[in-house]
Design a protein around this ligand. Structure first.
Ligand code: BES
Ligand code: ZN
Ligand code: ZN
Length: 517
């Protein structure tokens, strides 16, 4: 993984002395000046403003070469870029997103002119606190300059794309210590999101259950996280018939990766569970061939949980204990594979009739949820999974499906998703849907007899294993890749979930006891 090649730092000198490739100012619509640290360039802005060529509108950019302006060069940078932020919005979440989008544009422009060394002067007038301005800016640039080229030859040469090497922030008149703090937070969260994208971009033969285990072990060495990997024989001893059943057709052994971020016993404990299906062929209920290669992305829930754990540990969240579980396996076809009609037994003893071997995500999550709740007695549980095609039919690629047995937890996730612009949309649960999963031979079956409410019935299956614990399920099948395309979210895996989880847990306070119905 080469997300570490970008250095992000504060620039403490005057921006006019920056002699790198690209000096950037963000410009709000209707504010025709560049602030105290852009004074020498104000005549340029006034000129293009009066011609109507640039007015700070969303997505607008203006690139120029200061050396051409005057005999006496007003700034030392090779190039200057002005990026429009659009109009000041009343909604703070839209303002956060304006910064990320504009900074994604900086990344795109830097790539197209092969700039390696970029300085952004922050905009003091922007209505957001300094720490957040720095955080959103760093996130936008990091996520926007992401590329996955691990398997490409010819990375050198004239035509080869150039990677951003240094991104520096100048405070622009904001509190320097707040900018430093926000930069650091943005860097950690950006890197964790890119790590999740990297895991997802890896092909099925480059990211197996063992890779999840190894990544977590490395994380535990680098950070304060504790890590334990339950291997096949441990899963057998524990009776995890869901993970083992799905794994039956695979040559790669399964794993249940356990990561712990421990603070104080007095703090609430939150359990995160992510589907780590490193390739989903559907099993005996095989998927159609066309597009099947995308099923290497069926581990994006696991990647999001691992990325979130990385960020949580690096930030050092002090208000919560967090447990991250990633059940990981492939779902393949062989003479030993699970068959429709088979009955398995989950951790804790519940039996399940397999109607469709392609409904495998719920089988591995059920074991992990039941085990995690019994072992860690969490105050709340959040799972993330590319669980159903049905959620894409319902919500497309622009909202994650959210289902929960607790309104408070649900609202916190909705809020966190809005803050980071990873929107969620709640869908209902209820006994009438659960009934669609009644089996004649076992405690539950893994698929309904028709396709109706497929996203909800999948969540009903999971709900069966969480008891009364406050629980929310995020179906990220539509948003984990080919998510709404944005300047800082390219085609391919988005890393969705990492930023939502970190935002949600950073603000965590104990849940109020649910009112009895
Ligand atoms: N991994 C898939 C869900 C999926 C489909 C994610 C398309 C992203 C894009 C999951 O394991 C699956 O195949 N679910 C089935 C369940 C059905 C058989 C009850 C589905 O959604 O079709
Ligand atoms: Zn499947
Ligand atoms: Zn799947």
């Amino acid at each position: 993984m080469d997300t570490d090649t970008l250095t992000i730092q504060v620039f403490a000198q005057n921006p006019k002395d920056f002699s790198g490739d690209l000096l950037v100012y963000l410009v709000e619509e209707d504010i025709a000046h560049l602030g105290d640290f852009g004074k020498p360039l104000n005549p340029v802005l006034q000129q293009i403003w009066s011609t109507g060529d640039f007015k700070g509108s969303k997505k607008q950019t203006f690139l120029f070469y200061p050396a051409l302006l005057d005999k006496k060069q007003p700034v030392a940078a090779k190039r200057v870029l002005l990026v429009g932020l659009g109009k000041q919005d009343d909604d703070i979440n839209i303002r956060r997103e304006q910064l990320r989008l504009a900074c994604g544009t900086i990344a795109k422009q830097a790539a197209s002119i092969k700039a390696k060394d970029v300085l952004l002067v922050l905009a003091k007038e922007f209505l957001l606190d300094a720490e957040e301005i720095a955080q959103c800016s760093v996130e936008g640039v990091m996520l926007g300059s992401y590329r996955f080229d691990t398997y490409k030859q010819d990375k050198e040469g004239d035509d080869a794309p150039v990677r951003l090497e240094r991104f520096a922030l100048h405070h622009g008149g904001l509190s320097a210590s707040a900018v430093q703090k926000g930069l650091e937070r943005g860097r950690i969260i950006g890197q964790a999101t890119l790590a999740a994208r990297d895991m997802a971009n890896q092909p099925g033969n480059g990211w197996t259950p063992n890779h999840f285990a190894e990544y977590a072990k490395k994380l535990a060495k680098k950070t304060s996280l504790k890590c334990k990997v339950l291997d096949k024989s441990a899963l057998q001893k524990l009776g995890m018939g869901g993970i083992l059943g799905v794994n039956q057709g695979s040559a790669q052994p399964p794993a249940l990766v356990v990561m712990e971020h421990k603070t104080s016993k007095k703090n609430p404990t939150i359990l995160l569970v992510g589907k780590g299906l490193t390739f989903d062929s559907g099993g005996i209920s095989i998927k159609p061939g066309s597009g099947m290669e995308d099923m290497k992305y069926d581990m994006c829930g696991g990647a999001a949980v691992m990325g979130a754990m990385q960020a949580i540990a690096e930030i050092g969240l002090a208000n919560v204990n967090v447990i991250g579980l990633v059940p990981a396996t492939e779902n393949l076809i062989g003479s030993a594979s699970l068959k429709p009609g088979d009955v398995i037994r989950h951790y804790g003893g519940k039996s399940s009739e397999i109607i469709n071997t392609d409904a495998e995500g719920r089988l591995i999550l059920a074991d992990a949820l039941a085990y995690g709740i019994e072992t860690f007695e969490p105050d709340a549980v959040i799972d993330l999974a590319t669980l159903t095609g049905a959620v894409i039919i319902g919500l497309g690629h622009h909202h994650t499906g959210l289902l929960a047995n607790n309104d408070q937890l649900c609202n916190r996730l909705l809020d966190a998703g809005s803050q980071v612009s990873e929107p969620l949309w709640r869908l209902p649960l209820g006994p009438e849907y659960r009934k669609q999963m009644d089996s004649r031979v076992a405690d539950i079956k893994n698929a309904g007899s028709d396709r109706s409410a497929g996203c909800i019935t999948a969540a009903c299956y999971l709900q069966e294993f969480v008891g009364e614990t406050p629980w929310a399920h995020m179906d990220i099948a539509g948003t984990a890749w080919d998510f709404t395309e944005k300047t800082y979210i390219p085609k391919g895996p988005s890393g969705t979930g990492v930023r939502t989880l970190v935002a949600c847990l950073s603000q965590w306070e104990p849940l109020k006891p649910a009112e009895k119905k």
